[in-house]
Design a protein around this ligand. Structure first.
Ligand SMILES: [Ca+2]
Length: 233
């Protein structure tokens, strides 16, 4: 169901937000609309994933202990109407990594971009060997087109493994998920606030067999939250 919500009552004709909300039917056959989540509040992660969670960071402790940055301006902040989130505050090329030396796993996190201009993007990293060796799944404005990209950075040599169009919005949280199993890398996105990931694409690559997880963004401040790693059982 789609609901238009007036953001500012005094200007209700001009400024509305698009909300998407699940609804069900009661025993009398009437729709039950539930309780909408307020604008700006991040939904919790979908449940039902297979595997064992070995890492989760929602930054509610107010810090980013365990994360190693490339030296740019990272901070844990609490934006108005949001929980604590990990924020990259500059307009550069920025990376931060965490976790252990895992082999086959899924990594997922919520990503919020503040700009969709050309070259601006952000995403999650898998099998991070160091700051120049990793796989990356990002949403990204490529030459004026909004896309998703699954990339490899092998010592500063970038390769595109898979990509496609994806019409994202700024200031909205998308869950990105990357599943790494042997040489198989699969990309998903959760964009409707519901419980079902959308399959984006997959690739096969054997360059990196294990590593940390992380996040990386380009040419805009962005935020990340609810970072989770599960090992396949
Ligand atoms: Ca949080």
């Amino acid at each position: 169901m789609t609901v238009l919500v007036s953001r500012y009552p005094a200007y209700s004709l001009f400024d509305r937000e698009l909300c998407i909300q699940k609804f069900t039917w009661d025993s009398s056959g009437f729709p039950s609309f539930g309780h909408p989540i307020p604008s700006g509040v991040l939904q919790s992660l979908p449940s039902g994933e297979e595997g064992r969670t070995v890492f989760f960071d929602s930054f509610e402790d107010g810090n980013a202990n365990g994360w190693t940055t490339d030296g740019d301006s990272w901070a844990v902040i609490k934006p108005v109407g949001h929980s604590y989130e990990y924020a990259m505050l500059s307009n550069g090329y920025n990376l931060s990594a965490a976790g252990g030396n895992w082999t086959d796993y899924l990594v997922q996190a919520a990503i919020l971009l503040t700009s969709d201009t050309q070259g601006a993007g952000a995403g999650i990293l898998g099998r991070v060997v160091d700051n120049n060796h990793f796989y990356q799944l990002e949403i990204y404005n490529y030459n004026g087109t909004k896309t998703w990209h699954l990339n490899k950075n092998d010592g500063g040599v970038w390769s595109e493994l898979a990509s496609g169009p994806f019409n994202y919005s700024t200031n909205y949280y998308y869950y990105l998920k990357m599943v790494l199993a042997g040489s198989s890398i699969t990309a998903y996105i959760l964009s409707d606030g519901g419980a079902t990931y959308q399959y984006l694409g997959a690739a096969s690559d054997s360059s990196f067999t294990s590593g940390k997880i992380g996040t990386r963004g380009t040419l805009q401040p962005y935020r990340i939250d609810n970072v989770q790693v599960q090992l396949k059982e």
